[in-house]
Ligand binder design. Sequence first.
Ligand code: FES
Length: 166
Amino acid sequence: MMVDPSGQAAGEIDPMPETPHEAPPQWEPTVLAFACHYCAFAAADLAGVMRLSYPTNVKIIRLPCTGKLDHFYVLRAFERGVDGVFVTGCLPGQCHFLEGNTYARKRVDYIKTLLPQVGIDPQRVEMYNLSAAMGPRWAEVCTEFTEKIRKLGPSPIWWADQQPSS
Ligand code: FES
């Protein structure tokens, strides 16, 4: 690997930290959850049957397996102004397609390395593993993640969209 005198590898892009802003009082985070059909989606369903409450900020996209997750889906979600994305797959070793959740975790880790290069805090993406019986955990994950995003504030793309166009 070529390294320049500043210690930066050739072709490496400096991460751009998010500019802190104070969120407007009416602002609510928009959170997208990619949920595996066999576990997390069933856990979300169970949370509903158990009448557990969790933030309505979370919108769910069901995947047949988190192995279907593509980097592009997550990056496109941010491009469309979503403030945070989490991925929920089966427990380790319990993916119905054997390794889908392992690949998904690797993709999420990779996405975390990409986001700072476009000025988005990598904490805005997370991966969790759940079983279909973990309805209360689903509600907990939704609440914890939404609160984390609320503290981070609106995504830089949301802020950019608020600027008057010239
Ligand atoms: Fe659930 Fe693969 S089937 S993560």
